[in-house]
Design a protein around this ligand. Structure first.
Ligand code: FO1
Length: 309
């Protein structure tokens, strides 16, 4: 089949899979739908971490070791801001600032997040439609033993230390899928959920009613790449979060979480494979570009093999 792949993704881990797919699929046969629940305003600037991580990753600008921001970044702004008493829990690199300042200028110009994101992608030679899940504000919040925390306050400000009891997506019920999102899902030959945190990075996407409905009505396979390796997440709080939410840290829990959306699950070699779901295994650790390509190929193969359940 001529591929028309749609990938749902959050930040770091997801961006690596998208990059692997981007490297092996012909232009025009891949669309990324990206979580914007992590987005927030800082110093009055609109920050879109998962969109920016994807832009950096696909244009080869990403600081891979750090997992966010740019390679070779400088911090003159932060040093000057700190000297003026500014809060410094969330670091804005000098190059990174260009995205936030130009995004804010675009919004003041009446442009949507989708429009400004596609403009950035075109400027950086990224020939992949990078679609925000919505152009409406959706904010991920966690209920914790320190009270309600916005995502970045939890994730960066408190380094995921608070005990989480619930996760909410403010504005999701009213949010509309961004232009092209439902059309991409309806035109897809397969849908892949990237190995992002299901609860923090994929659920905000699934919380948008018309987006979820489009996925439920799909006629094509939907497969996910598990974010767990040997029961732990490669990076970030997935395992800790599962423990706090009382969810057993296994691929069975990942499959259960996606429920009837899932037709297939790609898991790490040697890890548990839920019996009731079509599965495949590979080394899902993505450290090199070859790794990204291997996991991308395995996810495409799984999608081709499993039928729409
Ligand atoms: N993560 C951190 O751990 N510390 C930071 O200071 C930080 C700044 C930052 C700035 C822009 C941006 O796009 C992302 C940034 N991140 C930082 C990462 C961010 O919190 C995560 O990428 C996502 O929100 C989680 O996927």
């Amino acid at each position: 089949m001529n591929d028309n792949i749609v990938v749902l993704t959050g930040g770091v881990g997801g961006a690596k899979l998208v990059d692997g797919l981007y490297r092996i699929l012909p232009t025009g046969s891949l669309t990324a739908i990206v979580n914007t629940g992590d987005d927030f305003r800082h110093f009055g600037l609109p920050i879109s971490p998962d969109l920016d991580t994807l832009l950096y990753t696909l244009s080869g600008k990403a600081n891979v070791a750090q997992g966010w921001g740019r390679e070779g970044e400088s911090w003159t702004f932060m040093d000057a801001a700190r000297s003026l008493g500014a809060e410094d829990w969330f670091n804005l690199g000098d190059g990174d600032l260009a995205l936030h300042i130009l995004r804010r200028a675009a919004f003041e110009n009446g442009d949507t997040l989708s429009v400004v994101t596609s403009r950035f992608a075109a400027q950086w030679g990224v020939s992949l439609p990078i679609l925000p899940m919505s152009d409406d504000a959706v904010e991920t919040w966690v209920d914790s033993d320190e009270g309600p925390l916005s995502f970045q306050r939890y994730f960066v400000g408190r380094q995921c230390a608070p005990q989480v009891s619930a996760i909410r997506f403010r504005g999701a019920k009213q949010a509309k899928p961004a232009p092209g999102v439902v059309e991409a899902i309806e035109a897809a030959s397969a849908i892949i959920i990237a190995p992002s945190n299901p609860w923090l990075s994929i659920d905000p996407i699934l919380a948008i009613p018309q987006l979820r409905e489009a996925l439920t009505l799909r006629k094509v396979p939907l497969v996910a790449v598990s974010p767990l390796i040997e029961g732990k997440a490669v990076k970030g709080p997935t395992r800790k979060l599962m423990d706090e939410l009382g969810i057993h840290p296994s691929n069975a829990s990942i499959a259960e979480h996606y429920g009837d959306l899932l037709d297939g699950l790609l898991t790490h070699i040697g890890d548990d494979t839920p019996s009731y779901i079509y599965g495949a295994q590979t080394n899902t650790l993505m450290l090199t570009h070859e790794d990204r390509i291997r996991v991308a190929r395995s996810s495409l193969e799984l999608a081709r093999k499993c039928k729409r359940g």
